[in-house]
Write a protein that binds this ligand. Sequence first.
Ligand code: GDP
Length: 131
Amino acid sequence: MIKPDAVANGHTGAILDDIIKGGFKIVALKYTSLSSAKAGEFYAVHAERPFYNDLVGFMSSGPIVAAILEKDNAIEDFRTLIGATDPSKADAGTIRNKYAKSIDANAIHGSDSDENAQIEGNFFFSAFERF
Ligand code: GDP
C-alpha cells in the first residue's frame, strides 16, 4: 500500500516504477481511501500499541494505492526495496529513504508474511480484480 503522504506528495508513479523495476508483477491495483474504521481494521494487530490512534488517523487522512504484488521471495525482497520502518534508518535508494519523512508518514506498507499478504489482499480486492 502506498500511504497517504506519498500519494499526496506526488510519489505514486515513481514508487510504482521502483516496484516494477524491482521485479514485482502487479496482480491487482486500486486508488482508494480508508475510513478510520477500515484503517483500524487493517492495523488491528497494532491496537495495543501507543501509536495506534495516530496510525489510524494518518492512514485515513487521504487516498492510498493498494496493490497485490507477486515475485519469488516477495516478502523479504519487498522489505529490502522499501527499507526500514523509520526512514532515517532506511538504506540509501530504498523507497522510504527516497520518499518518506517520518516513522508515521513512511510512504509505504508491505505485508510481513505470506499469510498476512493473503489477508491484506483479500481486504482490498475481489477475485475479479486480480490478473
Ligand atoms: P512496517 O512493517 O515497517 O510498516 O512496520 P510495523 O508493522 O512495525 O508498524 C506499522 C506501521 O506503524 C509503520 O509503518 C509506521 O507507519 C507505524 N509505526 C511503527 N512504529 C511507530 C512508532 O514508533 N511511532 C509511530 N508514530 N508510528 C509507528
